[in-house]
Each structure stands twice: as structure tokens, then as C-alpha cells.
Design a protein around this ligand. Sequence first.
Ligand SMILES: C[S@@+](CC[C@H](N)C(=O)[O-])C[C@H]1O[C@@H](n2cnc3c(N)ncnc32)[C@H](O)[C@@H]1O
Length: 256
Amino acid sequence: MHRIAGVAFDDAAKSLRGIPYMSREQGRRIYDHVRATRPASVLEIGTANGVGAAYMAAALEANGDGRLTSLDRTTASFEPGPVKVLADAGLAHRVALIRNPDSSYNWWLKKQVVARTDAAGNTEPLYDLVYLDGAHAWDIDGLAVILVEKLLRPEGWLVLDDLDWTYATSPTLAASPPPELSEEQLRESHMRAVFEVLLQAHPAFTEFRDDGDWGWAKKAPGAPRRLTLQTATAARRRRLARALRVRLRSLRRRLP
Ligand SMILES: C[S@@+](CC[C@H](N)C(=O)[O-])C[C@H]1O[C@@H](n2cnc3c(N)ncnc32)[C@H](O)[C@@H]1O
């Protein structure tokens, strides 16, 4: 067992068993990252049941330091809810749960940036790690990463969840996707576009890791650009195969 102090990984995983949305294997990855980098201040965008929050908070607890702010919309309703999930895991004291009534988290991020920016436009950053797991939509998350960068301390990491998620392959949204999206927008992964088009070309981010389901970007302006591609995981292979099947179906429909 990985027990150092406070709540160990296995204790957290046991208490979170069966609750979506973060798998035990992903929990292990983010837990190990938090243990290794010892962030003082972490932001999670998209709380849901609080499973991701609990894994990160467990690592902060094992570090003996650090706080997580986890953000969701006022209308978010999950069973069990994050208050209970975090309390059951003994981690509530490490997490501030924020609910905001705005159309998306970008308005909350905007307020944070404004509050921390001087007249000359310099922003005082405050997060060492940001885990973005919200809308998975280009129009929302493309702006979110620009705002997050301003709030991220140098040497801090931004992690994008679901690099290969698409509307077309989503078990919950494929049948009734947002009507304003084109076929191409339904088919393509918005988070991969955010990662590849915005982050990998952003001057503040220079180190990247693509580990199949997550895209990692480190803020280290001026450092040499580096990209690490991890071997495709079984889950990623399954997602890619599913995306391919959807694409084939759509091509077949167009054939006379
Ligand atoms: C996949 S869940 C997050 C899972 C969580 N991070 C975990 O690891 O357990 C996505 C969350 O993003 C929130 N979300 C999605 N779109 C949003 C939007 N436009 N504005 C605010 N929150 C949003 C949802 O309410 C939901 O809680």
C-alpha cells in the first residue's frame, strides 16, 4: 500500500469504487503527479461526483499540504454528490467546492484573472495544477485554456481530460447532440483540437505529454519544446476504433 501520511491512494480508491467519472488507473496517475510535484494550489474545472477531486485531495493530504478548488455549475446534480463523496473519503477539509450560476466556468475564470491583474496587464498566478474536465467543447474550453494560462504559475501543469472524446461517440450525447454543431464538429475531438491547435503553439507552454486520454501541458516559457507520446492504452485503442466505426458509418451513408 502507498501510505505515507493521511489518506493513502488505496484508501481513497476503496472509498470511490463504483462512482464515476475518474477510473482508478487515472486516479493513480493524477495522485502520483500531485505527490511528485507537490502543488500548493490546485484547480479542478468540472467536479461532478467529486471522484477526481478526491484523488487529488488524497495526494495533497499525503503531501501534508495544499488545497484544491473544484468548480461546477449551480445546476450540477450528481448522486452521490461531491460533499458526501469527499466527506466519506475524509478529505473535505482539503477542498473548496465552488458552484457558479454562469453559462460556463469561463466567467468565473475571467473574474479571477481581473482580480489578479494590475493596470499594466500583469496577472499574479496562483495555481500549480489545473485539471480541465468540463464541457469538452471547443468554444468553451478554447477560451478556458487561455484564461487558465494566466492563472497558472510557471512550472505548473494544465491537464486536459478526454483528448479523444467526441459527441458522435458519446454514449449519452450521440443520440441528441447540440443541434448547432456540424457533422465535422460532432466527429472530431474538441479537446484534442484545444491541445494541438492552442496549447502546443502557445508560447507559455513548452512541455507536452499525450498519454492517450489526457493531454498534459507544462507552463515553462523559454524552455525547449518537448512532446512525449505515451504508448496507446487499451482504452484509447477502443475509443479510436469506435471513432473509426462512426466515421465509416457516416461515409457509407453518403454513398449512392
Ligand atoms: C465529466 S464531469 C467531471 C468529472 C470529474 N472531474 C471527475 O474526475 O470525477 C464534467 C463536469 O463538467 C461540468 N460542466 C460541463 N459543461 C459545463 C459548463 N458549460 N459550465 C460549467 N460546468 C460544466 C458538468 O456539470 C460536470 O460536472
